[in-house]
Design a protein around this ligand. Structure first.
Ligand code: GRF
Length: 212
């Protein structure tokens, strides 16, 4: 089994896409744990509905970010996760977590990085007036959406298109791109960059086994 831990703060529609398209279906992928910082997040309900263990680490005034991340890393280690997928996890990660899982933490971002990093890439791209935007999956480092890029897919912004419509189209694209990237990891097709480089090699030559 290729064990995946998903971290999510919100609705978890991307977690759902992984559950619907990969979990126990393709490439031996199993979602082994769902982690959230938000008690009651819809993502946790989705996990519980699918009988997947959950762990919640709310922010606490007397606990540092590093201490929280160490506790999260312990939970992920206990779940024997091979890959950690941030799917709408709204906090930056610190070294005590990242150093435990080198090249094993990835994030999904709703814009074409390095353009429009941050918490609302869809709005920022729209307000800037771009004609093409898209989604990015990248390795996570200590920066804000700065790690090496694994995969990007684009879409054309419609003339006069608004936030709601663009948001729906971006999410639909995410729901295809993220499961595909997890499949590529599970089948050993992603090679992290060599020292001093940002170039991630992805062998996308075999068709996906996901039933879209
Ligand atoms: C996605 O748009 C993702 O790109 C961003 O947060 C959103 C999460 O959506 N990082 P959901 O919770 O999976 O529905």
């Amino acid at each position: 089994m290729y064990r995946v831990a998903v971290m999510a703060s919100g609705s978890g529609s991307n977690l759902q896409a992984i559950l619907d398209r990969l979990h126990h279906q393709v490439a031996g992928v199993e979602v082994a744990l769902v982690v959230s910082d938000v008690p009651g997040a819809l993502a946790l309900e989705r996990a519980e509905r699918a009988d997947i263990p959950t762990a919640v680490f709310p922010v606490h005034p007397h606990v540092t970010r590093e201490e929280r991340d160490r506790a999260i890393a312990d939970a992920i280690t206990a779940a024997s996760a091979d890959l950690i997928v941030l799917a709408g996890y709204m906090r930056m990660l610190t070294p005590p977590l990242l150093e435990r899982f080198p090249w094993r933490v990835i994030n999904l971002h709703p814009a074409l990085l390095p353009a429009f990093p941050g918490t609302d890439g869809i709005r920022d791209a729209l307000e800037y007036g771009v004609k093409v935007t898209g989604v990015t999956v990248h390795f996570v480092d200590e920066g804000m959406d700065t790690g090496p890029i694994i995969r990007q897919e684009s879409l054309t912004v419609g003339e006069g298109e608004g936030r709601v419509s663009l948001g729906e189209r971006i999410h639909a694209l995410e729901h295809r791109v993220l499961p595909r990237v997890v499949e590529l990891f599970a089948t050993g097709k992603v090679q992290p960059p060599e020292r001093g480089s940002r170039l991630v090699r992805v062998d996308d030559s075999e068709p996906s086994r996901i039933d879209w």
